[in-house]
Design a protein around this ligand. Structure first.
Ligand code: TRP
Length: 363
């Protein structure tokens, strides 16, 4: 069986370092591993519209931002098909048929949808399109016969729901769809990188994100004002590293070579943490180290983005070509689905002959 990756992001803003460590970095590694036959990355504009129906301009503006962020991080359109969800009508067709295989109560139990409904104050009146988006996500994944879906932890319920739809479809109509596997980051800190204020999630509205496109100065400022341990007041005080955002970020970003380069008095993160917990290590020193580490990681991304920002028409061209490639792949699956569901009336010569025969026999 071919090894195929499908993944994507909603274009509701620029991508931040939570996206980067949670999934984007891994996608680039997978792309460059040469282990996959096909890789698709989708800009999920149709899904973004499920809770931004009144703000199409926001979605429209952010398509190019997400494409720039992808390519700046190393997604290479020669190796990966980057495309836009709304341009693939087969995804809507598949969604419609999958809707027959899912119950309302099952959708209501999806924990990600549940928490999003709360966050958006949709409790009183949930738009049907929004409620339905896990089914549409199953269409995204299965249309491309994805075997692997590299995403953040919050997407786990979507993949579970997709697997259920695949099983139900195959049991009902015959073996047709491919069962996908989720691929999560293996580093604990990367699973759910907190915001710079220590809150559980980075979010634009909370103003606690570090964006891939932030300037060097912005990144430095955000790091220097980051949430740490509120009880660590004097340098000599013992400090907590658990729930301390600076250390969570170091868990996600730092490697032993960074210590050699920027903080040679410590061998590794464990030693630095031990000193902090003992007391005698100030926040500023740790933050300055984190800044050095993160600037090293972000500088090449920022530089590539600056170059790409001068080639906007070419990037739209790349997206357009990506949509053509994606459309062909989805159309093939659509054909197989229609065959399995017996809604292929005009491709089935036997059906037409049979129907004729039935009437002739009756005479
Ligand atoms: N739900 C994803 C997000 O919020 C975006 C997405 C849409 C997606 N379809 C997908 C991710 C299919 C992986 C596979 O970012």
């Amino acid at each position: 069986m071919e090894k195929i990756i499908l993944t994507g992001d909603r274009p509701t803003g620029k991508l931040h370092i939570g996206h980067y460590v949670g999934s984007l970095k891994r996608r680039v590694e997978l792309q460059n591993s040469g282990e996959y036959d096909k890789i698709f990355i989708m800009i999920a504009d149709a899904q973004a519209l499920t809770d931004n129906a009144d703000n199409p301009e926001k979605v429209r503006q952010n398509i190019i931002e997400v494409a720039l962020d992808y390519m700046a991080c190393g997604i290479d359109p020669e190796k990966t098909t980057i495309f836009i969800q709304s341009q693939i009508p087969e995804l809507c067709e598949l969604t419609t048929f999958y809707m027959n295989l899912v119950t309302v109560s099952r959708l209501q139990r999806n924990p990600t949808v549940k928490s999003e409904i709360k966050m958006r104050n949709f409790e009183a009146s949930i738009p049907v399109g929004f409620f339905n988006y896990p089914i549409s996500q199953a269409a995204d994944i299965t249309a491309f016969k994805a075997t692997v879906v590299p995403v953040g932890e919050d997407q786990m319920p979507m993949i579970e729901q997709t697997k259920e739809i695949v099983h139900k479809f195959n049991a009902t109509y015959g073996e047709t769809l491919v069962d996908p596997k989720i691929l999560l980051p293996d580093n604990e800190a990367c699973l759910r990188l907190p915001g710079t204020d220590g809150k559980a999630k980075m979010s634009k509205s909370l103003n606690n994100c570090i964006y891939l496109s932030d300037s060097e100065e912005d990144v430095r400022k955000k790091i220097m004002s980051m949430y740490t341990d509120p009880d660590h007041i004097k340098v000599s005080d013992p400090g907590k590293v658990e729930g301390n955002t600076v250390f969570t970020y170091l868990d996600a970003f730092s490697r032993p070579e960074h210590f050699e380069k920027y903080l040679p008095e410590y061998k590794n993160l464990d030693e630095l943490k031990a000193h902090y917990m003992r007391g005698g290590l100030g926040d500023v020193k740790v933050k300055k180290f984190l800044n050095a580490v993160m600037q090293e990681e972000l500088a090449p991304i920022r530089a590539r983005r600056k170059e790409l920002e001068q080639q906007i028409p070419q990037i739209y061209k790349i997206l357009q070509q990506g949509c053509q490639v994606a459309r062909a792949a989805a159309a093939q699956t659509m054909k197989e689905v229609k065959d399995a569901m017996k809604i292929n009336y005009f491709d089935d010569a036997a059906l037409i002959a049979e129907q004729q025969q039935r009437y002739q026999d009756a005479e």
